[in-house]
Every structure is written in C-alpha cells, then in structure tokens.
Design a protein around this ligand. Sequence first.
Ligand code: FES
Length: 113
Amino acid sequence: MSLTVYFREPHVDPDYPPQYEAQAQPGDVLMRVGLSLGLDNLAADCGGNLTCATCHVIVDPVWASRLPPMSEDEDGMLDYAAAERQPTSRLSCQITLTPELDGLVVDLPPTQY
Ligand code: FES
C-alpha cells in the first residue's frame, strides 16, 4: 500500500493547496521522501542522525496530533532550527510514515540555515 504526502512552500497561503506531492511506503522516513523531491527548503545535512535540525518542517495543525510524540532529543534539537520554531514544528528525519499518515501535509520553513 502506498501513501501520499504533501509539502508546501513557506510563502504560500495555508489555505492554498500544497505544491508538492510524493508517493511513499509505510516505513519510509518523511525526510527522505522530501529529499527525493529536491525541495529547496529541505537540507537534512546530517542524514537523519538528529544532529543538524536542517530537516525542520512545520506540520499542518490538522495532522500534528496524529504524529507520534517527539523524543526528548528531537525536542532539544528543534531549538537549534534556523527558522523560528512553531507549535507544530518537527524534524522530518524523525517521522516514519505509517498508513495512518496517508495525506500528511507539512510546510517547509523559510530557511534551514
Ligand atoms: Fe539532521 Fe534531521 S537530518 S536532524
């Protein structure tokens, strides 16, 4: 079973449909899915080792509560994100996709540096 995730750029009105759509499999990591799209506002410099915070995304509030809670390490690293941290900010390398996340929408921050 494949699932679909959506990415939206920072300058876009939240009411506007997301611009980037990707097909993924359960078990895929959101950061890797985003990188496969070549998104400008996603870097993931540490390759998912939770040491860079350049994979910062802001989860659409509709979806935020459906994600597993973040770990203490993710919480701490998010404080180093270049763009201002938002209530639904997450590190995309820490989000493993499940069938329940089919349709997930995330916003990209204005910068990762
Ligand atoms: Fe570095 Fe996520 S890729 S913290």
